[in-house]
Design a protein around this ligand. Structure first.
Ligand SMILES: C[S@@+](CC[C@H](N)C(=O)[O-])C[C@H]1O[C@@H](n2cnc3c(N)ncnc32)[C@H](O)[C@@H]1O
Length: 225
């Protein structure tokens, strides 16, 4: 499981270059994945939404733009990442550990976490905490990397473990932060295993939607009414 102090230090050190590095390394695919997530969120018609591990605010800002009627709060435990989110126009932010949110029970209709849960020290504890702050009937959406299967698997592993850390090192000045990315993706539960984890944490109807052959996956689940 990831070490929170390593994760905090890694994101603090790359905060100012994170947005560019992200789009370059995913060849812009992360933008398409967030758009797919937006379509699902729009169908839920939430009044308010908590974007957990919001980082530099990409998903929270996209939600605010596409769904201006939704009240969006972005939360993250890394102040330098939140500072960039605020500079980019995210007005409501909260510095907090996602596994211990300083929020009352049942206060958000929807919660999202993009590329964040995988970095947390205890996935189950985090998912139960997200469940606690959701209103009955509220929805959770998790967008994260997974591993493609079949012919894509070998070339993707080569890119992930050998090419990506080098390019990222040049872009951000911190190759270590991206060396860890490949290992964290390999060990993060995916597909059916992740859906079972959601069910164990109390979410109804867990679903997995693989994107681009399984390079990333959107998972959803609902808190029972
Ligand atoms: C890869 S970034 C993702 C940022 C953003 N969601 C996006 O889609 O670009 C991961 C974020 O998770 C945050 N994070 C990791 N562990 C956390 C925790 N326990 N509590 C709050 N934030 C955490 C990091 O600080 C970082 O900003």
């Amino acid at each position: 499981m990831p070490d929170p102090s390593f994760v905090h230090a890694a994101f603090s050190s790359i905060a100012s270059r994170y947005v560019t590095a992200n789009h370059v390394l995913s060849l812009g695919a992360d933008i398409l994945w967030r758009e797919r997530a937006l379509k699902m969120i729009a169908e839920w018609k939430p009044k308010n939404l908590l974007d957990i591990a919001t980082g530099t605010g990409d998903l929270a800002l996209a939600i605010k733009k596409a769904l201006p009627e939704v009240e969006v709060l972005g939360t993250d435990f890394c102040r330098p990442m939140l500072d960039v989110a605020v500079q980019r126009g995210l007005t409501h932010v909260l510095e907090a550990d996602a596994m211990n949110l300083p929020l009352p029970d049942a206060c958000y209709d929807a919660a999202t976490v993009a590329f964040g849960l995988r970095n947390m020290a205890d996935y189950e504890k985090a998912l139960r905490e997200f469940h606690r702050i959701l209103t009955p009937g509220g929805h959770l959406l998790v967008l994260d990397f997974s591993m493609p299967e079949g012919v894509l698997a070998k070339p993707y592993r080569l890119y992930l473990h050998h090419v990506l850390p080098r390019i990222a090192g040049l872009l951000t000045g911190n190759m270590g932060a991206y060396d860890y990315l490949g290992d964290s993706i390999e060990t993060f539960p995916r597909g059916e295993a992740f859906c079972q984890l959601l069910a164990r944490c109390g979410y109804l109807a867990p679903q997995a939607l693989p994107l681009m052959g399984g390079i990333a996956t959107i998972y959803t689940g609902q808190k029972p009414v």
